[in-house]
Design a protein around this ligand. Structure first.
Ligand SMILES: [Cu+2]
Length: 471
């Protein structure tokens, strides 16, 4: 058994819960002790102390499951169960996951390892686990009804196979999967190569996370499982910005990021300041002749992508999904467009009647990041996060790659904000401005300029935040 000093949340509590279910004492004695994790922080990489050595991954806001070596077989114990996940500070979701958390722990093994996975079902309905992307015996593939009976509540099933090819994989249920994946049941899997591989470079830092999405009404705790496309929380490992940890690296580190998509749409994941190569996909390492430099990797539903780059530009670089609606949180959807509507006079009159009335979006919606609009309990502002220059104005699938010259090797602690060298930050021009030349034949500008209007404007006002139908 590897050290559990990095993991809190008593394994004993889980053991007791499992014992209470319909698992016999004899069977329990043969089971590896389940390990749980309830802290939402990024846990340090789990250095292997048995089996073949490898450079372990760092799971963003997650952790790697320890194993026990039993006669040359790596044994893991996953417990499917309801969990409480802090998606961002101040916002908790009631999800389903594994071993105390959604997503479940990352499984890390080495090519050629024989693996035995005990899966205990602590849910109220059948479940199973599909080992997405693995070569394995058909009866281990985890599709309920097709490859195995579902695991009944309270029961433990055993999966056993050899990790035949190195790469980036996932696991998730294939039992009532629309519900179970909407509730957060999924996890990451990495199989490291057993020896130097011509297509898998050694890297200094190796990050991984899953793209997932939820539809949770502001003020409530449980995802709406019937939502097909219109989710309001776009998350990485069930966390939303500013709750997603930064990716901290040392300047000139070779960096790998592995990403899997278990949402209902594709996500173009975009990195600032660097170009990367897509070095691996679901199918394995990408042949060198097929690699090209990119700054955005579109990750389709059910896909995994592995990107490699040299982090040679110091700074705080945005790293995010490029679908702009995926970088905001629950409150931003279904609000009418008010840009260009000057309703200051109307707003003053309404405020006499409704003191907390708030005009939203007449100059754009960035104001939302600064206004202290009263939120229902248990939700996250639409766009949040404070940077060194003010509000970042983002939410959802957004984080920061922090490249630092003096970051110690193997240290993932947040170094704080980047100290820009003098003269390298965009600045205000204070000289005289000439009137911009306009192309007269095109007629007028499409929108009035942002100056006070002399005439009263009549508008139909709608108070945002009152009644969240559709959120
Ligand atoms: Cu996206």
């Amino acid at each position: 058994m590897v050290s559990r000093r990095n993991f809190i949340g008593g394994a004993g509590a889980v053991t007791a819960a499992v014992s209470a279910a319909a698992v016999s004492r004899v069977a329990m004695a043969a089971l590896p002790e389940p390990v749980t994790q309830t802290r939402p922080d990024t846990m340090p990489p789990l250095l292997p102390n048995t089996g073949r050595p490898y450079n372990p991954v760092v799971t963003l806001n997650g952790w790697t499951l320890p194993w026990r070596m039993n006669n040359g077989v790596k044994e893991f114990h996953l417990v499917a169960e309801p969990v409480v996940r802090e998606m961002a500070p101040g916002f908790k979701a009631h999800l389903w996951g594994y071993n105390g958390q959604s997503p479940g722990p990352t499984i890390e093994v080495v090519e050629g390892d024989r693996i035995r996975l005990f899966v205990t079902n602590q849910l109220g309905e059948l479940t199973s686990i599909h080992w997405h992307g693995q070569r394995l015996p058909n009866g281990m593939d985890g599709v309920t009804g097709l490859n195995q009976p579902g695991i009944p509540p309270g029961k433990t099933f055993v999966y056993e196979f050899v990790a035949r090819r190195p790469g980036t994989f996932m696991y998730h249920p294939h039992a009532d999967e629309m519900v179970q994946m909407a509730m957060g049941m999924m996890g990451f899997w990495v199989t490291h190569p057993k020896q130097k591989h011509p297509l898998i470079d050694e890297v200094d830092r190796d990050f991984c996370f899953l793209l997932n999405a939820y539809d949770i009404d502001p003020g409530s705790y449980t995802p709406k499982i019937m939502t097909m496309l219109d989710f309001n929380l776009w998350s990485w490992n069930s966390r939303i910005f500013p709750g997603i940890a930064p990716l901290v690296v040392r300047q000139n580190d070779k960096v790998r990021i592995r990403i899997g998509n278990l949402t209902m749409t594709n996500h173009p994941i975009h990195l600032h300041g660097h170009e990367f190569l897509i070095t691996g996909t679901d199918g394995g390492p990408t042949p060198k002749s097929a690699r090209q430099y990119e700054i955005t990797a579109d990750i389709a539903v059910g896909q995994m992508r592995q990107i490699d780059f040299l982090a040679d530009e110091p700074g705080d670089w945005a790293f995010h999904c490029h679908k702009s609606h995926h970088t905001m949180n629950a409150m931003g959807h279904g609000v009418p467009t008010m840009i260009g509507v000057d309703h200051r006079g109307v707003a003053r009159q309404i405020m006499n009647l409704v003191p907390d009335y708030m005009v939203m979006g007449e100059r754009g919606m960035k104001d939302m990041t600064e206004m202290e609009m009263p939120l229902p309990d248990n939700t996250a502002p639409m766009m949040a996060g404070q940077g060194p220059f003010g509000a970042v104005g983002m939410g959802g699938m957004f984080s920061v790659l922090k490249v630092r010259k003096d970051q110690p090797r193997g240290d993932y602690t947040d170094p704080g904000w980047y100290a820009h060298p003098p003269g390298t930050v965009a600045y205000e021009f204070t000289g005289a401005l000439a009137d911009p030349a306009r192309f007269a034949a095109e007629g007028q500008v499409s929108m009035p300029r942002a100056v006070p209007s002399p005439d009263p404007v009549e508008v139909k006002v709608r108070k945002p935040g009152g009644g969240h139908a559709g959120h």
